[in-house]
Design a protein around this ligand. Structure first.
Ligand SMILES: Nc1ncnc2c1ncn2[C@@H]1O[C@H](COP(=O)(O)OP(=O)(O)OP(=O)(O)O)[C@@H](O)[C@H]1O
Length: 272
């Protein structure tokens, strides 16, 4: 009997707080290899915090995060080797060429100069930028710079790629071409993608969707499952319905708690 392959990413019961303010509460999700998942949440939902935990910028103190079966706390090198990341803020050196940015990164991953250059050129070709290899990043458009960042994230051959709001600040055409490129990586290279966004129009009917709101996962599943769950006709309406229901439940819970506290206070007063 063959052992089933582990998920590309599995997150179980993960929480995180900044001081006494919880940013993530009991977050669990699973991504299959070769799949595209949109992590959908408004600003402040906790998407970047989750990325920081997966990539070990922050240590997860509760719960467990595994990348292709490797626990990011117990086996960080094995987990990180399988993972590429494009963070929300730009991190290329604007005064180096696209190729230099990639070969420098390749050296950090232990590639020899010739091998790093060859690999970098292959990746620049893959993201449609071979003709810009020697241009300084400063001279590239926002969309082209993002493509270079995607190429750099793939340099060490990861099978899981995390992108945090990768289309922020790009015009519509650049946004669409970046998403098309990323979807192509799933179809052609079998990569697993976690695509964090607050933009509902970036979601396609074939995507898996995880809805994150105020640090909690409200939904995880397919496009049609989300419509069925909420009875909405569009993903936009379904998202709004989920969020309203969660906010109403949390306001109700808060009122109940305040009511209980008031009852306790009155009880204490009665008993002196
Ligand atoms: N370093 C920090 N210190 C304190 N609070 C923080 C810190 N980073 C994030 N937060 C808070 O944690 C919550 C989640 O923020 P996070 O950046 O993860 O959300 P997000 O979904 O990525 O939103 P955005 O797209 O706006 O970055 C927010 O309430 C935010 O204010």
């Amino acid at each position: 009997m063959s052992v089933p392959a582990p998920p590309a990413l599995s997150i179980a019961g993960v929480g995180h707080a900044f001081g006494d303010r919880p940013a993530l509460v009991d977050v669990s999700l699973e991504l299959a290899a070769g799949s595209f998942t949109a992590l959908l949440g408004q600003n402040g939902a906790g998407k970047s915090t989750l990325f920081a935990l997966i990539t070990r910028l922050y240590d997860n103190v509760s719960g467990e995060i595994r990348v292709f079966g490797h626990d990011v706390r117990r086996a960080p090198s094995a987990a990180l080797r399988q993972m590429g990341v494009v963070f929300q803020s730009r991190t290329l050196d604007a005064d180096l060429s696209a190729l230099q940015n990639l070969t420098y990164h390749g050296a950090l991953h232990g590639y020899r100069s010739g091998a790093a250059k060859a690999r970098a050129m292959d990746l620049l070709r893959m993201v449609g930028l071979a003709h810009k290899a020697h241009d300084k990043v400063r001279a590239l458009s926002g969309g082209q710079a993002r493509r270079v960042e995607i190429a750099r994230a793939l340099l060490h051959g990861p099978r899981l790629l995390l992108l945090d709001e990768a289309t922020v600040g790009l015009d519509m055409e650049a946004r669409e071409s970046i998403i098309a490129l990323v979807r192509d990586l799933v179809a052609r290279e079998g990569l697993c993608i976690l695509w964090a966004t607050h933009l509902i129009d970036e979601i396609a009917p074939t995507d898996r969707i995880v809805v994150l709101h105020r640090g909690r996962v409200l939904f995880g599943g397919g496009h049609n499952d989300l419509l069925a769950r909420t009875g909405a006709a569009t993903i936009r309406d379904a998202f709004t319905a989920l969020i309203r229901a969660a906010d109403a439940a949390s306001a109700g819970g808060k009122r109940q708690q305040e009511g209980r506290q008031e009852e306790t206070r009155q009880e204490e007063e009665r008993h002196g």
